[in-house]
Design a protein around this ligand. Structure first.
Ligand code: HEC
Length: 203
């Protein structure tokens, strides 16, 4: 049977055509709007996030460090509670009650609430000998912290224990710790408990 050329033509699909098809208008608009929003957002955002969210520096200290060229962190207040947790809690316990017969309490202790001079001496040089706390005698060893903590850390932890667990004694100044460190710098031994510490108190 003879087919007409017209038949063949009808059988074929249309040739593909390569139109230029722009993005639908709403996608273009959305991209444009997002772009404008983000530019405005960056420009308008005021940085109020707490410095802890970043590297803990406030804008001022960061600027100071840049200005002084040291790059060191500016002095930040030391958290006495954190020093306590790290250096004292294992023995004197979280509630400051110590462990009966082994570690004396710091809560309501006459040494803690007494003169800051004696207290700073205890921290710097430690105790090895009988010491009476709230009427009970202890005979253990309290480590010396002179090589483990700096003046400001000692002041901070002493200020902390003087204000915890019902204690209400005034803070201890870093300068006091520094001056006692200086005046006792020749000392290389622990304090011999009550005997020696009570003499300090008398001075
Ligand atoms: C390894 C255990 C240990 C650690 C750690 C320790 N202490 Fe003591 N502390 C003692 C012992 C034991 C005594 C009693 C000493 C004695 O019996 O001669 C004492 C005594 C004291 C006293 C005098 C007595 C009293 O109860 O008030 C103070 C104040 C004190 N410690 C504070 C601290 C602080 C602050 C820290 C942390 C910076 C600390 N201690 C870390 C074991 C420890």
């Amino acid at each position: 049977m003879k087919r007409s050329s017209n038949d063949a033509h009808k059988r074929e699909k249309l040739d593909p055509n390569e139109d230029s098809k722009p993005l639908p208008w709403f996608i273009t608009m959305t991209i444009g709007a997002l772009f404008m929003w983000s530019a405005t957002y960056i420009k308008e955002t005021v940085m109020t996030a707490p410095p802890e969210a970043g590297d803990s520096r406030t804008m001022q200290t960061a600027e100071l460090n840049c200005a002084s060229g040291t790059g060191n962190l500016a002095k930040v207040a030391i958290d006495g509670g954190a020093v306590y947790q790290a250096k004292c809690l294992a023995c004197h316990q979280a509630n400051g009650q110590g462990i009966p017969g082994v570690f004396p309490p710091l809560a309501a202790s006459e040494w803690v609430t007494g003169t800051p001079e004696v207290l700073a001496n205890i921290l710097l040089h430690g105790i090895d000998g009988k010491i009476t706390v709230k009427g009970t005698e202890y005979n253990g060893q309290m480590p010396a912290f002179k090589d483990l903590l700096k003046d400001d850390e000692i002041a901070a932890v002493l200020t902390h224990i003087r204000a915890e667990w019902g204690n209400t004694s005034p803070p201890v100044d870093e300068k006091l710790v520094a001056s006692i460190r200086e005046s006792t710098k020749g000392r290389a031994t622990f304090y011999d408990g009550d005997d020696e510490l009570l003499k300090l108190e008398a001075n």
